[in-house]
Design a protein around this ligand. Structure first.
Ligand SMILES: [Zn+2]
Length: 153
């Protein structure tokens, strides 16, 4: 009996599409065999969150769109920033808040926050939990309570 997808609570999950959350708990350290070497030990856990094909497709599309936007911003923003410095002078306006160099990073931050809100709102309307909320899964929450922390594998 396949589990129901945790993200839409509607479709049957597909085991090959499960979302993964990697956690680990620090268990202490000991001296290694070589002098001065310290070996830290961790208890590792991977939570597999049931997800269906449809939700995985939606999540993958968002990941791809975000990546493309990040690459464009990562190229365009520094060019504009350096260009502003060169052509407008160090501060284009004496008040830092109005200067192009101070304003551009603020605009980029506003873009990221707005994108996150718009994306999450769009998904909630579709009845799909955003992939970024997988940390709210009860199995993950239990491990966090037990002293585990997120880490990227
Ligand atoms: Zn689903």
């Amino acid at each position: 009996m396949p589990e129901i997808c945790w993200f839409c609570k509607k479709n049957e999950s597909d085991t090959s599409k499960y979302a993964k959350v990697f956690l680990r708990k620090y268990m202490g350290q000991r001296a290694g065999n070589l002098g001065g070497q310290v070996i830290k030990s961790y208890l590792q856990r991977t939570v597999f969150i049931p997800r269906c094909k449809e939700c995985e497709k939606i999540h993958a599309k968002i990941r791809k769109n975000n990546l493309i936007a990040n690459i464009i911003i990562g190229i365009v923003a520094p060019i504009l920033w350096i260009g502003g410095m060169v052509f407008l002078g160090h501060f284009s306006d004496p008040t830092p808040i109005c200067s192009f160099e101070a304003g551009l990073p603020v605009l980029v931050i506003i873009f990221f926050i707005t994108r996150k809100l718009v994306t999450e709102n769009h998904l909630y309307k579709l009845g799909v939990i955003p992939e970024s909320r997988k940390k709210d899964n009860p199995n993950v929450v239990d491990l966090i309570k037990a002293g585990f922390a997120f880490y990227s594998n």
